[in-house]
Design a protein around this ligand. Structure first.
Ligand code: NAD
Length: 481
């Protein structure tokens, strides 16, 4: 007998308690070796004055048990309340968001009858690091941070996932034709790690055409891995085009902890009516069982659930006259799944998970540091009502014997030298200084340059050092340079 795994459960708000009870009934009936420890999170905690929606004691339990099954919660209206999902993901380092999107044609209506894809989204970095600043009257910025460990962990997760679940191909989506450093790193790491999995096909698509293809011909894809923002958008698109967002579950995986949930919200208007569909949360719970190595139980539940859907036993949200046979409530749906345990679907594809394994995810090993060389500096300047040539004249006052202004861009477009008068300019300028040929640059020279800017009354906002790593310049050129 498998040793019981203690898991943390939050029943959440709205329809949460009903769908959680239904889900747990199915898990226990299927023989899941779990012990439940419940925590209170969400609306009540928020309204008691805790703006995070979770108390310290709940954190302690979640961190101790490491596996968290969470029903949807209601974030109260009004400012000041922090999203519990985002907080949990960040605090627990849940770097991978996994969302299987499978259509259940012909039992749930969809334009894409043979869709069966898994979106694996990087969950911690990218534009979601939350580092934003207003820099001038006209310009704000958000830093897009992509790290090598972040890329390695998520890409490896995608390949290991594909291996574990017998999937044939992993596709990477980025926009590295534009963001050569950030998305470029993600793509590069993808190519490196793909080599370690020769048995799995790999490919890369530029995100725009890749997204269009996914929305039009999802059957062309299997597992798709991508940075955070793209994954946020496309995982919703993918879930939606299967025919029902209400049927999808999601896993958030970290090195230590993991959280499993439905992708829908707490549907407060449906609460307490025994009407909600527990399938989304059940799908999250199936992923949880696979995660903790109880693949046989996960497989049994998933096949019973597929059989129930195929039998036409449907909650109101997917009920369709003609296709459905019986409109059922939450409890009756759960009972039907329990009655089907041990049975297999006939028309829908039966699943096979039962290999008793969990994913093999080695810890990130830092690489040998590269040779880092300072080769210039971008000085950002706030200046309104000026032409690029006039600004260049002012900024050239900062030139030293070795360090010279070589270029000015405005929102990334080169406007000096040889800019076009048609280019619209804001009050936010990037002035690039590079050493003259044959000389080098030091950080001391940058400090001197900034001191000179103060003396000349030039409003510098910030600097970015320009580096070469192992001799390769590691910064973007100006557009048009
Ligand atoms: P929602 O997903 O709760 O509801 C959208 C629509 O789908 C509604 O018509 C609802 O009745 C229906 N629906 C959702 N789940 C269903 C189910 N299991 N069975 C049947 N019908 C279902 O989205 P919303 O109305 O925008 O948000 C309601 C609350 O949920 C908000 O407070 C929001 O902040 C929260 N929310 C929480 C999470 C989470 O905890 N992970 C995610 C999204 C939204």
């Amino acid at each position: 007998m498998t040793e019981k795994k203690k898991i943390t459960v939050a029943k959440g708000d709205g329809i949460g308690p009903e769908i959680m009870d239904a889900t747990l009934d199915i898990l226990f009936a299927a023989g899941a070796a779990i012990e439940v420890e419940e925590v209170e999170v969400g609306e009540k905690v928020y309204l008691a004055g805790n703006t995070a929606g979770i108390a310290k004691e709940a954190w302690d339990i979640i961190r101790r048990n490491k596996v968290f099954l969470k029903a949807p919660i209601t974030t109260p209206q009004g400012g000041g309340y922090k999203s519990l999902n985002v907080t949990t993901r960040k605090f627990l380092g849940l770097y991978a968001n996994v969302r299987p999107c499978t259509s259940l044609h012909p039992f749930v209506q969809t334009k894409h009858p043979v869709m069966d894809i898994v979106i694996i989204r990087e969950n911690e970095e990218d534009l979601y690091a939350g580092i934003e600043h207003q820099q001038t009257d006209e310009v704000v910025q958000c830093l897009k941070l992509i790290s090598r460990p972040g890329c390695e962990k998520i890409v490896r997760y995608a390949f290991e996932y594909a291996k574990q679940y017998g999937r044939k191909k992993v596709t990477c989506f980025t926009k590295d034709n534009i963001m050569k450093q950030t998305d470029g790193l993600f793509h590069k790491v993808f190519d490196e790690i793909a080599k370690e999995y020769p048995e799995i096909e790999n490919e890369h698509w530029i995100i725009d055409i890749g997204a269009a293809k996914m929305a039009d011909t999802p059957e062309a894809f299997d597992v798709i891995v991508m940075p955070n923002l793209y994954g946020d958008v496309l995982s919703d698109v993918a879930a939606q085009i299967t025919g029902s967002v209400g049927l999808a579950g999601s896993a958030n995986i970290g090195e230590e902890c993991a959280m499993f949930e439905a992708i829908h919200g707490s549907a407060p208007r449906r609460a307490g009516q025994n009407a909600a569909n527990p399938s989304g949360l059940l799908q999250g719970a199936v992923m949880m069982l696979n995660h903790i190595g109880q693949n046989d139980v996960a497989e049994k539940i998933q096949n019973a659930w597929l059989k129930t859907i195929e039998d036409g036993i449907h909650t109101y949200d997917i009920y369709k006259e003609g296709t459905s046979k019986q409109k059922s409530g939450t409890k009756e749906f759960a009972k039907a799944v329990i009655d089907n345990l041990g049975k297999k679907p006939a028309a829908l594809k039966e699943v096979h998970y039962a290999n008793g394994k969990t994913l093999n995810l080695p810890k990130y090993k830092p690489r040998k540091p590269q040779l880092k060389e300072l080769v210039g500096v971008d000085v950002f300047v706030h200046c309104a009502g000026i032409t690029p040539n006039e600004l260049a004249k002012q900024v050239e006052q900062l030139n030293t014997g070795e360090l010279k202004l070589t270029m000015i861009t405005n929102r990334g477009i080169k406007v000096y030298p040889d800019g076009f008068p048609e280019t619209f300019c804001t009050d936010h300028w990037r002035c690039r200084f590079k050493p003259v040929i044959g000389s080098t640059i030091t950080r001391q020279q940058i400090v001197e340059l900034l001191q000179k800017a103060i003396d000349k009354n030039i409003d510098t906002i910030k600097t970015e050092n320009l580096y070469a790593f192992d001799g390769i310049p590691a910064f973007s050129l100006g557009q048009g340079q």
